[in-house]
Structure formats: C-alpha cells, structure tokens
Write a protein of this length. Structure first.
Length: 199
C-alpha cells in the first residue's frame, strides 16, 4: 500500500459473545425450530464463501441427521438446495451466543476477513472452529482451529470431518486461546497509540 510499516499498529479485537446455559440453548432451539445437531456458518455472502461451505458440508461424511445452519441475510449468493441446510436469515445478537453454544462447531472458511471475530466468539462459546488458512484468520485462530484452504471444497470438507472427530482438544485449545484477547487490552493498546501521536 506504500505505507511505512513503522507507523502501522495492529490492535486485536476480542469476543463479544459468551457461552449460553443449557436452558438458553433449549429455548433458542425451540424458538428457531432446530432439532438435533448442527454446524453453524455465520455470514451468507460470496466473501464468506457460502457456496463452497455448502458444497463441502454436502460432501462431508458427517451423518445424515447433522444440519448446517446459515446465519445472516443472503447477499450476492444463491443457496443451492442440498440436504439439511437451514437458513435463519438475520439473527439478533442475543440469540447468536446460544446458537453458537448449541452447535457442534463453526465453519468460517471466508475468502477474506479484516479480523474474524466469529472465531473468537466460537472459542468463547466452547465450540470447535474450522476456518481459512489465509488472511487474518490463522493469526486469530492460532493453533486452536482446523485450518483449511477456502478455495478447495475438499479441504473444507475434510476440515469439517476432522473437527467433528476430535472436538474436545479443539475446544480446550480455543478456551485457552480466547483468554489472550480482551476489550480492555484493545482499549489499552488504542490509548497507547493516541499517546504516541502526542509525543
């Protein structure tokens, strides 16, 4: 971009959601008519890679009853008719923590993210994460997620299968990883930049 790297400061964000209680999860599933187990994908756009995520889910050997729940209003993307896809559209923030907490995992194989906040939210909600090996996402996820090539359906599909086979280790790593992020630290680093400009 032609900007001197010495003047750039990178400040991480932090999770905005928290784990839901079992009762909250039950209420949420009743509200949205969700039965059984499901994976969740947040954002329904080309940039969020919705088309490939759906194909990967359809190809994955994950059991006939498992659903893929899509959260967000579709933008510039057609959703094909494949098995066990549930489209919820816009979901209020108050419900999103329960949806994440009740899921078997987050599939967040975006093509590009400025940060990738849903990764940290999923860690905070205690669910495994499948995310992209490009952009900011591996930096946010660290070693606590299954990293996949977002341009390869087979890679995403294999990542889903891997996350479902060994969720406990991923959940434990995610729980530890998310402790490294807080809004207090975000504020502290932001204030430090302001102070730096006054020198």
């Amino acid at each position: 971009m032609g900007v001197n790297e010495e003047v750039v400061r990178v400040i991480p964000e932090a999770p905005v959601l928290r784990a839901a209680t079992p009762d909250q999860i039950v209420d949420m599933k009743r509200k949205y008519g969700l039965k059984g187990d499901y994976l969740i994908a947040i954002g329904v756009t080309k940039l969020k890679n919705t088309g490939r995520i759906i194909k990967a889910f359809d190809h994955a050997k994950v059991g006939k009853e498992l659903k893929l729940v899509l959260v967000g209003r579709p933008v510039d993307v057609n959703i094909p008719e494949v098995r066990n896809i549930r489209r919820l559209g816009f979901v209020p923030q108050d419900d999103l923590g329960s949806l994440l907490s009740g899921s078997r995992g987050l599939v967040f194989a975006s093509l590009y993210e400025g940060f990738g906040l849903p990764i940290l939210d999923a860690f905070a909600c205690g669910v495994p994460v499948v995310t992209s090996n490009v952009g900011s996402m591996p930096e946010v996820a660290g070693n606590a997620a299954v990293l996949v090539d977002p341009y390869e359906v087979n890679s995403i599909s294999e990542g889903i299968e891997k996350a479902l086979r060994g969720p406990k280790g991923l959940i434990e790593k995610g729980t530890e990883r998310v402790k490294q992020f807080s809004w207090e630290e975000t504020a502290r680093q932001t204030l430090a930049v302001y102070k730096e400009t006054q020198k």
